[in-house]
Ligand binder design. Structure first.
Ligand SMILES: NC(=O)c1ccc[n+]([C@@H]2O[C@H](COP(=O)([O-])OP(=O)(O)OC[C@H]3O[C@@H](n4cnc5c(N)ncnc54)[C@H](OP(=O)(O)O)[C@@H]3O)[C@@H](O)[C@H]2O)c1
Length: 272
């Protein structure tokens, strides 16, 4: 049983902008941190903060019970882990590298064969936010290991466990980012439209941001329409929603800023 309040030995592999922020948060939390990065200078920059620099990824993995990986992509994760399998056996690996859900599950199959306990994570923050109140990280996979190291992982921000399927954190991650991009696309289109009336995107931002914040609070009420659709009675019919979106599309055409956006929204939301 790990004492949640005690300092832990943790290794961080990958010290780009994000990995460096993660390592600093662990050091600030009083943990014993060993680091490794392909470009050694980035690792040495953390010595003044108290980090120990390993000679290679295998040495870094062997140095700690908990190994955090934060490199560019799934290929770079494999490049580090596979040759070091003997050194990481019996350890808990938390992969905070952004991957697809299936890449996370595939790494889980490798981990099972090599007796590694794997947790996948999706960081919902930029490096400057790590350790601050607005940062949170989604985790999935080995639930017992997550519970054991929860306090360490909370050094980065709120720790949200979303399921034992290793693909879950990546799936929630991309779902949330999808919401963000849909909002940005509608703002870019709306900005172009209001400019044709002498308005500005800056004025639209003032008006749109609080409205969208209020709309975001209705997501939970809409969730049963997706989770248990057979029992759900929508407050607006698909026909009503389709007509509302058609009106927006017609306004875009009138403004001379036609777009694919609203047709796609209409199909996604109503199937019509
Ligand atoms: N930055 C963000 O806002 C943010 C937010 C959420 C999630 N993430 C995720 O965090 C991960 C790291 O992002 P980052 O912002 O730290 O990126 P970054 O600043 O570009 O750093 C990339 C890191 O990966 C290493 N790397 C790249 N290719 C490699 C390879 N083939 N072999 C070994 N090491 C390799 C780099 O090593 P060198 O130093 O030697 O180049 C560096 O440590 C990504 O998966 C990213 O999607 C980032």
């Amino acid at each position: 049983m790990v004492d949640q309040t005690a300092a832990q030995t943790v290794s961080v592999i990958g010290l780009g902008a994000m990995g460096t922020a993660l390592a600093k948060a662990l050091l600030a939390g009083g943990h014993q941190v060993t680091v490794w990065n392909r470009t050694r200078e980035r690792a040495e920059a953390l010595v003044a903060d108290g980090a120990k620099v390993a000679a290679g990824p295998a040495e870094a993995m062997a140095a700690a019970d908990l190994v955090i990986l934060c490199v560019l992509d799934d290929a770079a994760v494999r490049e580090h882990l596979e040759p070091a399998a003997a050194h990481v056996r019996g350890r808990v690996v938390v992969n905070l590298t952004t991957t697809t859900p299936e890449q996370a599950r595939s790494l889980g199959r490798w981990a099972a064969v090599n007796e590694v306990t794997l947790i996948d994570g999706g960081i919902m923050a930029v490096p400057e936010m790590i350790g601050g109140p607005a940062a949170f990280v989604l985790y999935s996979g080995a639930a017992a290991a997550f519970d054991r190291y929860r306090a360490v992982l909370e050094s980065f921000g709120r720790a949200e466990f979303v399921g034992e399927d290793l693909g879950a954190s990546a799936m929630y991650d991309v779902a949330i980012l999808g919401g963000m991009y849909a909002m940005f696309a509608a703002f870019a289109q709306g900005g172009a439209m209001v400019r044709t009336t002498g308005g500005s995107a800056a004025r639209l931002a003032e008006l749109m941001a609080p409205f969208l914040q209020a709309m975001a609070t209705t997501l939970a009420a809409q969730a049963p329409g997706i989770d248990t659709p057979a029992d759900f009675v929508p407050t607006q019919s698909n026909e009503f929603t389709a007509a509302a979106i058609d009106l927006i599309d017609k306004s875009a055409v009138e403004s001379g800023t036609p777009t694919e956006l609203y047709g796609a929204l209409r199909r996604a939301l109503t199937g019509l």
